[in-house]
Design a binder for this molecule. Structure first.
Ligand code: FAD
Length: 410
C-alpha cells in the first residue's frame, strides 16, 4: 500500500464522530494519547443533531431523552447547572378506533421476567392479547427501534435488565447535541477530520493502515471503529485480513431497522402529550415538554415496518399520511392547525442507515462477540456494541467507547 501520506501517521484513529467516537476522543485527549477522528459526513454527531429555526427553541433531530441519571452522561452533568426536566407525561392509547386513557389489560409485559425466545408479537398472543392490541404492541417494540415480530422477548429482557442506568426519562432545556458539544466535543474539535469515508482497514502488519474512498491513507497503532452496525453488516468497509466468520455472524444477529422522526408545528396544542397504538406512527410525542417555548410541536416517531413503509414515500406524502391519521383522531384539527413540518429520516442517511440496534430472536451473546477487539489493534464501539444493556442510547454509545479505550490500554 502506498505510504506517501506518512505525515498522517497517528497513534489511534477513531472511525466515526457520533457520541461514541467523540467520547472516545475526549477520553484519549485526557489520557494524553495522540488521535484523529475520521468522520464520513460533513458534520459530527451521527444520530444526534440539532435543527435551528423550526421553532422558538432548538430541536433534537435524533437522540433526545437521557434515560436515567446513573450513567456517563448523568455523571458528566452532575452539579454543572444543566437544566433538565423529568418527562413523566402519561400515555394515551389509540385502541378500538378511539383514544383512551386506560386499556383493559396492561400491555407492558416485556420486562416482567425471563421469557421464551419468541417475538413480542407472539409473546403477546401467548398472553391472551387480542389483535386489537397489535398496534400497541408494535408501538412498544417501536421504542426499541423494531417491529413486534422482529424483536426477541428473551434477549431484549436479558440485555435490558443488565442496565444500571436508572429510571426516568429526562429532557434537556437545550439540545442533547449542545450538552455533548459543550461538555467534550469542543475540546477535541481540531482532531475531527470531516468527509473522510473509511473504505479499507488493513491490520496485517504492526501498524493499521486505513484508506478512504478518496484514496487518502492514514496509519495508526490502533483503530477504534464506531460506525453503526448497519455499516458493518453491509461490509462497506473491507478488512485485511478478513474479519473472523464469528464476528460477521455476530454483526448479522444484531438487529437495526429504519427510523424517522417527523416534526409537526401547529397553531395550538389540540393533542395529548403521548399517543401510542396508531397505524402510521409508532408514537406521537409532545416535543415541548421540558422546553421554554410558546410553540406547539408534535413529534411523529416512526420505527420498524411502519418506517419501512414511510421511507418509500416523499416528505409531502409522509406528511399527508400523518395528518390524515391525526385528523381521524382529532376530527380534522391537524390539517386546520398545521403550520410547518420537517422530516428527519435516519434510514436515508447513507452513513447511518437506520435507527438503533435491537435484540433479535436467537441473538445469544452476539453483542459480546461483535464488541471484542482483534489482534490488540482493532477495537469496536458504538451503541450496538454496548454489552451492559445500554445499547440504543447515547450514554450507551459513550460507555462502549469507555470500555474499548480501557481495554486498549489495559
Ligand atoms: C430517531 C432517533 C431517536 C433516538 N432517541 C434517543 C433518545 O431519546 N435517547 C438516547 O439516549 N438515544 C436515542 N437514540 C439513539 C442514539 O441517538 C444513538 O444510540 C447514538 O447517538 C449512537 O451513537 P454512535 O456513536 O454509536 O453512532 P452514530 O451516532 O451513528 O455515529 C457513527 C458515526 O460514524 C460515521 N460513519 C459511518 N460510516 C463511516 C465510514 N465508513 N467512515 C467514517 N465515518 C463513518 C457516521 O457518519 C456517524 O457520524 C435515538 C436514535 C434515533 C435515530
Amino acid at each position: 500500500m502506498n505510504k506517501k501520506h506518512s505525515k498522517n501517521s497517528l497513534k489511534v484513529i477513531i472511525v466515526g464522530a457520533g457520541a461514541s467516537g467523540l467520547y472516545a476522543g475526549y477520553m484519549l485527549n485526557k489520557l494524553g494519547v495522540d488521535f484523529t477522528i475520521l468522520e464520513a459526513d460533513a458534520i459530527h454527531g451521527g444520530r444526534i443533531g440539532k435543527f435551528i429555526g423550526f421553532a422558538d427553541y432548538d430541536i433534537d433531530i435524533g437522540g433526545q431523552w437521557l434515560h436515567g441519571l446513573n450513567n456517563i452522561v448523568g455523571e458528566l452533568i452532575q452539579n454543572k447547572g444543566v437544566s433538565l426536566t423529568l418527562d413523566d407525561t402519561p400515555y394515551v392509547y389509540y385502541f378500538k378506533n378511539k383514544i383512551v386513557k386506560n386499556l383493559p389489560k396492561n400491555p407492558f409485559i416485556f420486562e416482567d421476567g425471563e421469557m421464551p425466545d419468541i417475538s413480542f408479537k407472539n409473546y403477546a398472543k401467548l398472553n391472551g392479547f387480542s389483535s386489537s392490541y397489535n398496534e400497541i404492541i408494535n408501538s412498544i417494540a417501536g421504542f426499541s427501534g423494531a417491529d413486534a415480530d422482529e424483536i426477541s422477548t428473551l434477549w431484549n429482557y436479558l440485555e435490558v435488565s443488565k442496565s444500571k442506568s436508572g429510571e426516568g426519562d429526562y429532557k434537556f432545556e437545550n439540545t442533547y447535541f449542545d450538552i455533548l458539544d459543550n461538555f467534550f466535543t469542543k475540546s477535541i474539535s481540531d482532531k475531527i477530520l470531516y468527509n473522510q469515508i473509511v473504505k479499507e482497514i488493513n491490520y496485517m502488519e504492526d501498524k493499521v493502515e486505513i484508506r478512504t474512498t478518496e484514496g487518502i491513507e492514514y496509519n495508526a497503532a490502533k483503530v477504534l471503529i464506531t460506525v453503526p452496525i448497519t455499516i458493518l453488516k453491509s461490509e462497506f468497509i473491507s478488512f485485511t485480513p478478513a474479519l473472523p466468520e464469528s464476528k460477521i455472524e455476530a454483526f448479522s444477529k444484531i438487529g437495526m431497522g429504519p427510523g424517522l422522526k417527523v416534526f409537526l408545528k401547529f397553531k395550538k396544542e389540540f393533542y395529548p402529550d403521548n399517543i401510542i397504538g396508531s397505524k402510521v406512527c409508532s408514537a406521537y410525542f409532545n416535543d415541548t415538554t421540558g422546553k421554554k417555548t410558546k410553540d406547539s410541536i408534535l413529534i411523529a416517531f416512526i420505527m420498524g415496518k411502519k418506517a419501512k413503509v414511510l421511507c418509500e414515500l416523499t416528505d409531502d406524502m409522509i406528511l399527508e399520511s400523518i395528518v390524515q391519521e391525526l385528523d381521524l383522531f382529532f376530527t380534522g384539527k391537524a390539517s386546520q392547525n398545521l403550520l410547518d413540518f420537517k422530516v428527519f429520516n435516519f434510514s436515508k442517511k447513507i452513513f447511518i442507515k437506520g435507527a438503533y440496534s435491537y435484540s433479535t430472536i436467537g441473538m445469544g451473546n452476539a453483542r459480546e462477540i461483535a464488541a471484542q477487539s482483534l489482534n490488540n489493534k482493532l477495537y469496536f464501539a458504538g451503541e450496538a456494541m454496548n454489552v451492559n444493556g445500554n445499547h440504543q442510547t447515547i450514554h450507551g454509545a459513550m460507555e462502549s467507547s469507555k470500555i474499548a479505550i480501557e481495554n486498549m490500554f489495559s
